[in-house]
Design a protein around this ligand. Structure first.
Ligand SMILES: Nc1ncnc2c1ncn2[C@@H]1O[C@H](COP(=O)(O)OP(=O)(O)O)[C@@H](O)[C@H]1O
Ligand SMILES: [Mg+2]
Length: 143
């Protein structure tokens, strides 16, 4: 377990870029945290770290957005508006989770039972100061 306190968005971005370097085909990152805590911001940093040049937009209404311009494909999920488990099957989630790219999932607690065993779980919490955030990562990426 790695616990990182970032002071601002820039530091959060550096953490996302650092994580991106460790990712491989089939990596799944599950993000947990309240609205506005920085899940999409962190996803954008991971995308940047993967060398993705496209504009990353929140996939709240589409559930999944795909980006193919980086070192690995990025599948950005936001499952906040997922109706039920059936909808997850209809999206073909297994193709993504066990596929050739990297999945980053916002609101992952909603599909906890479907996450692969080797998922990297990242909890983001608000810190004491305005732009401070606490990242708890269940895998050590500090080396
Ligand atoms: N340290 C930080 N890390 C991430 N976002 C931060 C940080 N400090 C301030 N912010 C701001 O918090 C907001 C996070 O929004 P967003 O990433 O969309 O959250 P979420 O996807 O979790 O709802 C952005 O407006 C961002 O500029
Ligand atoms: Mg978001």
């Amino acid at each position: 377990m790695l616990r990182v306190c970032v002071k601002n968005e820039k530091e959060a971005e550096l953490l996302g870029i650092q994580l991106a370097e460790k990712l491989a085909p089939g990596s799944v990152i599950a993000l947990y945290g309240d609205l506005g805590v920085g899940k999409t911001t962190f996803t954008k940093a991971v995308a940047k770290g993967l060398g993705i040049t496209d504009l990353i937009t929140s996939p709240t209404f589409t559930i999944i957005q795909e980006y193919k311009s980086g070192r690995l494909p990025l599948y950005h999920f936001d499952v906040y508006r997922l109706e039920d488990e059936e909808e997850l099957y209809e999206l073909g989630y297994e193709e993504y989770f066990y596929g050739d790219g990297v999945c980053v999932i916002e609101w992952a607690d909603r599909i906890e039972n479907f996450l692969p065993g080797d998922t990297i779980h990242i909890h983001i919490d608000y810190g004491a100061e305005e732009n401070e955030r606490i990242f708890q990562i269940d895998e050590d990426i500090s080396d």
